[in-house]
Design a protein around this ligand. Sequence first.
Ligand code: NA7
Length: 551
Amino acid sequence: DDRQPMPGLDYLIIGAGVCGLYQLHQLLQLGVSVRVVDANAGLGGTWYNNRYPGCRFDSESYTYQYSFSRELLDEWDWKERFAPQPETLSYLEHVADRFDLHPHISLDTRVERAEWVEDGAHWLVTMADGEQVRTRFVLCAMGLLSVPTYPRFPGRGTFGGVETHTFDWPADLDITGKRVAVIGTGASGVQVITDVADKVEHLTVLQRDANWCAPLGNEPITPEEMARLRASYDEIFAWCRETPAGFVHRPDRTLSTDVTREERLRHWNDLYDNGHGAALYMGNYRDTMMEAGPNRELSEFVADRIRQRVADPEVAELLIPKDHGFGNKRVAGESGFYEVFNQDNVELVDLMATPVREVTGNGLRLDLGDGEVRDLDVDVIVYATGFDAVTGPFDRIDFRGVDGVRLREQWKDGPETCVGVQATNFPNLFMLVGPQSGSASANFPRGIEDVVNWMTETVRHIQANDIVRVECRREAEIAWVDHVRDINSRLLLAHSKSWFNGHNMNLDRDDNPRVMVYLGGAPRYRRRLQEEIDGGYPSFELRAAREPMVS
Ligand code: NA7
């Protein structure tokens, strides 16, 4: 008998982060057989890995939590408006304890390969330690930013001190009194730089392009404030459901051109000084994120604020992005970042003028041109250089679909998905966090709730109707990619050279943009997912247990 053995599991979730934990909880409620695997030694995903000093939310804490359980909301107090990483990790551990999720999670378990077995309609999943699991469905919750990238500097690995990515910060690394170099000034770089600047002996910040930042406005949440917030949770979640990115901030319907320049500047100063988190970025006049002219004026305003904060005018100019306008890439929240450059022990190196030639045993060798070099001797090198975003976590697993087709190969010119949840040739494989999904561009817990709720409803449908095979239709995939491309193009954000477009992974940084995220807004995305449920899954081909496959 050469028939395939029956799968031992119905649903395998890859990833025990914010998304995987919630999906696990929801599937346990349905009583289906489900297991979560995660490569890390602890749960929490991003909040497990990113332990670098200064790591914290730039979403308001009370919006970055699950909304599904009143008891959970009632018992958890947030201590700061933007919680630091240890607090978030304890929150996720608390959730796992509270809902008894641990028995269903296998840690230290990295998925290496997943092969679709048509005869028997299931996935054969192989872990790094050789364990094999047969499962009907695979649900991917590997995160958006879970594969760190390092610069291709010659000599990397030969350094005598400690080299680390922000994502892999060693638990025992103490930078106090050390000479530290940080490469990269994105959201992670800005946080780590600000945190370590006055603890280290000397800090060298090596910057390629500057990135825009805005004041985070973090502060403690008093018990009274916490009680007030808790009493408003229903309204807060309802509000976040209606904003484009699931934050408390929403674009102002007013256009910047509807008001006088004096009014605009007053408003911008107010947002800069008193706004919290993404207020200046996501809560601004609508046209500032869509039209070049208004965006330029806003950028000039922010540039002036930077000039006021940085003592050395040359350093200030270096910290002002020249290649893109404010908000055309994700804006980093900062708390005293610019003032760091006024400290005597901090130096900013412009990598555009003096690139890294190589990593040496003692540090970094910079190329000054004309054959001249400068040796920068340090004890610690920190790479805050970002991620192989969105598709990286999929590329790392050898997914083989119908007829052995490789997902990596299918997506080599850019990912294509059906409503961000599936790809053709990969039946029974769902992406909860993946390319062109609404979850990829939203305040994460808000975004994943939409997808997980859809998935849970879909699982209910699968169970009730004895569905054994689900594969999206190619025409639906084409239509979705076209739609995403079209709707994204209206935002300046879609044209920037950032991870949102896969630009950071291209060797030639000018071409081949990829459609990584969906920028049409969470409410629209939620409606699109609901259409599938209401319409009996028109974009998918569903096959029930004894029904022959019709093509
Ligand atoms: P980002 O936002 O991708 O930032 C990476 C930074 O590293 C950015 O300043 C890059 O400069 C720099 N970088 C990348 N590669 C290199 C090389 N080879 N040499 C020098 N500098 C380099 O990642 P983050 O971790 O900061 O933030 C990711 C997300 O986490 C963020 O969007 C939030 O959602 C939270 P560049 O601008 O490309 O010139």
